[in-house]
Design a protein around this ligand. Structure first.
Ligand SMILES: [Fe+2]
Length: 497
């Protein structure tokens, strides 16, 4: 049976196609329409997905009427009725948090786990705990709006002049530059210790005004760039991150106590907070975060919910296929010669992070390379870059005893002086580990670079034009080259580069 999963009622629309347990395709709408956080699927995306098979059923993400009632009663962002339809194909809808839970559990290797879903808001749910046993998933605890880890974080994101629901990761990066103690008490009081009966958390209850932060009432959030380096913003970001981590640990411990499970599946937009995620390894024996844990991953979650069984999770490279052989030697030669190289080859990553197929790779030893890459990408200069490392060498360079194939955890760098361009202000790095099975081409690039330099690590960041989604297809590669004047290696000789 072939199932098409569709998410187009929340930001970052996507579709996924599964055939029995196999994932044939999964891609984001924005990469085809070039409209960041596109809410609706488009013809090019659907055509690409359907080239892998014709669906027998459609699984929609979110319960339309429940969502409509929440939008009516409580407000908030989002549409409630998907536009996409295929005449004659039966369809079924699955709730927001259940889809998240299915996307996580059914792509995991676990048959016994607790599943925690934390985001801004689903239909009403904001925080849910589930138990996965065999092929069954059952909810054991739920919290609803206004209690919300995601809205807490987004409220401060907006307060700092950033875009809520999109630029939370920038605030997370800012946290390393701040003193968390300056505003800790105020923020800690605003998001108090979890207590179902006494909870008084709110973010502007009736209108979802995410910029309204009661503990800072009277102080308006300032502009986006104008006073960007004001230290108090970094101090506030640090306090928010610290409180978030504290509450996350409390909630995860609670989830463990009520379920007595030692394996964790963590899903929802909050699972993108790589700094906080690292602490989960202190609580659970094993952790799985699907590489697309936010709403964009839930087209796969809805499809998995209809299938109702584990999927064969093999790879995150599930999107548009540019073809080409991974240009291993060309990449290594270019980095050794120029320090930086752009790569677009094979299938696009399903998830927000570039993992080698739509990436800019650079020499992490050069302390000036960070500024050069930031200049190409026109990003704020304080923003950190992530390292990609051969899995077998990871524990020698970073304080970690687990694999991190999808850049989901930040860990202390053990040799910051040798790779200064991939170490953040606080001495940590958001590590991507690679082994031969996961991405043979990228592993070979690292191995060759290692043999030449003694460093099994490269800087890896997403290949996109500022303000636009990750590069997707050949035309994007041509546009990128025209825009920046840099070649892109595609591994396809008849093409650009
Ligand atoms: Fe969500």
């Amino acid at each position: 049976m072939i199932i098409l999963g569709v998410n187009e009622t929340s930001h970052d629309a996507s579709v996924s196609l599964i055939k029995d347990g196999e994932i044939l395709f999964a891609g984001h709408a924005e990469r085809y329409s070039k409209e960041k956080n596109d809410w609706y699927v488009n013809d090019s995306l659907v055509k690409d997905a359907l080239s892998y098979g014709s669906p027998d059923a459609i699984a929609y993400y979110e319960k339309p009427l429940l969502k409509a009632s929440r939008l009516f009663l409580k407000g908030g962002a989002g549409d409630w009725r998907p536009r996409f339809n295929l005449p004659g194909v039966p369809r079924k809808s699955f709730s927001h948090h259940y889809s998240h839970a299915c996307a996580g559990y059914y792509t995991s290797k676990f048959t016994d786990a607790v599943i925690v879903v934390l985001d801004a808001i689903g239909e009403y749910n904001t925080s849910t705990i589930w138990v996965g046993e065999g092929e069954k998933i059952k909810m054991v605890h739920q919290d609803n709006y206004p209690f919300s880890f995601g809205l807490f974080y987004s409220a401060f994101t907006k307060f700092l002049g950033l875009m809520p629901n999109q630029e939370e990761y920038i605030m997370m990066g800012m946290a390393a530059y701040g003193n968390p103690d300056r505003y800790f008490d105020q923020v800690n009081e605003y998001f108090p210790k979890y207590n179902k009966q006494k909870y008084n958390f709110h973010t502007g209850i009736t209108d979802f005004d995410w910029g309204y932060v009661p503990c800072f009432a009277g102080q308006e959030g300032t502009g986006y760039i104008g006073q960007w380096f004001e230290q108090r913003k970094f101090d506030l970001a640090a306090a928010v991150q610290k409180v978030y981590e504290k509450r996350l640990i409390e909630y995860m411990r609670y989830a463990k106590v009520i379920t007595r499970k030692s394996n964790l599946v963590f899903m929802g937009g909050c699972a993108l907070n790589s700094k906080a995620n690292t602490s989960l390894w202190d609580i659970f024996k094993d952790v799985w975060i699907m590489p697309n844990p936010g709403d964009a991953g839930s087209s796969l979650g809805a499809a998995a919910a209809l299938y109702g069984k584990h999927l064969e999770w093999k790879t995150p490279y599930l999107g548009y296929d540019m073809g080409g052989d991974y240009p291993v030697q060309q990449i290594v030669d270019s980095i050794l010669k120029d320090g930086i190289v752009a790569v677009a080859s094979g299938r696009a990553e399903y998830g927000p992070r570039a993992l080698g197929n739509r990436s800019i790779l650079a020499d992490p030893r050069d302390p000036n390379i960070k500024d050069k890459v930031n200049l190409i990408k026109q990003r704020e200069l304080f923003r950190p870059f992530a390292p990609v490392v051969m899995e077998e060498c990871a524990s020698k360079w970073f304080d970690m005893d687990f694999a991190s194939p999808y850049m989901q955890y930040t860990v202390k760098c053990l040799k910051p002086d040798l790779i200064p361009s991939v170490v953040h202000e606080d001495g940590t790095s958001r590590v991507q580990t690679v082994n031969r099975d996961q991405h043979r081409g990228l592993w070979r690039v690292l191995n060759k670079f290692y043999l030449q330099t003694g460093v099994p690590i490269l800087l890896n960041t997403s290949l996109n034009i500022k303000g636009q989604p990750l590069l997707n297809d050949h035309q994007d590669a041509i546009d990128w080259q025209a825009h920046y004047g840099y070649n892109i290696l595609t591994g396809n000789n008849s093409l650009v580069g």
